[in-house]
Design a protein around this ligand. Structure first.
Ligand code: ARG
Length: 265
């Protein structure tokens, strides 16, 4: 099965048709159901150590905990997430801060009052970014600054991805996890994902050529962190942690100006 899996959890319940439209760059339509499988090959993390990591739950999620996507707190009342995570009605979302286990009630929650989705998302490749405004700001919680230099996307950079998504059985469900994913570089993903339309200026290729460790379904929208900055946003991959199919992340530096305008608004 091939196909660029770029859909959040709720799309898993829809009887998605596998449309072999490779080459339709930038589209987020689900083509194949994902493997039934958070972060693959990672380890348990703590929101006390990563307070800016936000669980973006949705009442339409197929999983009982409501787990749907991730996001990053970039201002007391602003989150950065993936454009493909904001396809549901605004009232169905809940942002959760400081909850390591989604089957508990610890931490802060907020509804969403405004969604900004990159207007070029789906028109051209890349642009899988969105900014959400919280109805109840997470005041006093540490935020993550945006990476603004495209030079950060250098082969071998040691970035870490966080999320509550699928583990493919490599860990407990609904638990906050992290995994180190080195940057593999635009030329590698340009080759392995040529037919999926990998976008060098707007996407980051990170993970392991041999597979084993990766982000996965439900991690979308969550943070890829490098040097204490929001470097990437979990976007897509073919399968999870499979050899030759690394994770693809929206490149925050490419979209930093547009994102910062929304964050400041
Ligand atoms: N599109 C997925 C989501 O909505 C994220 C996929 C990431 N896949 C990967 N192999 N790194 O949750």
């Amino acid at each position: 099965m091939t196909g660029k899996l770029k859909f959040a959890r709720a799309a898993l319940v829809a009887a998605v048709v596998a449309v072999a439209s490779a080459g339709a760059v930038g589209t987020a339509e689900a083509r194949t159901p994902p493997p039934s499988t958070n972060i693959v090959g990672g380890s348990l993390a703590s929101t006390a150590q990563a307070p800016w990591a936000i669980a973006l739950n949705n009442s339409r999620s197929p999983v009982p905990s409501g787990q749907y996507c991730g996001a990053t707190l970039v201002k007391a009342n602003k989150l950065v997430t993936a454009a493909h995570c904001v396809t549901q009605p605004i009232s169905t979302y809940t942002a959760i801060q400081g909850r390591d286990n989604l089957n508990t009630t610890t931490g802060k929650t907020s509804k969403i009052s405004k969604i900004w989705k990159d207007p070029q998302y789906g028109q051209v490749g890349g642009h899988d970014v969105a900014v959400l405004t919280l109805t109840t700001p997470f005041t006093g919680v540490a935020t993550l600054p945006l990476e603004t230099s495209r030079a950060a996307d250098a082969v071998g950079a040691q970035s870490t991805v966080y999320g509550w998504g699928d583990t493919e059985g490599t860990g407990p469900a609904d638990r906050f996890q992290k995994v180190l994913v080195p940057v593999l570089g635009d030329s590698y993903c340009g080759q392995v994902y040529a037919s999926e339309g990998y976008v060098a200026n707007g996407e980051i290729c990170a993970g392991y050529k041999q597979g084993g460790k990766d982000s996965c379904q439900g991690d979308s929208g969550g943070p890829l962190v490098l040097n204490g900055r929001l470097f990437g946003v979990v976007s897509w991959g073919i399968g999870c942690a499979d050899a030759g199919n690394p994770g693809v992340y929206a490149e925050v530096a490419t979209y930093a100006t547009a994102l910062q305008t929304q964050i400041n608004s």
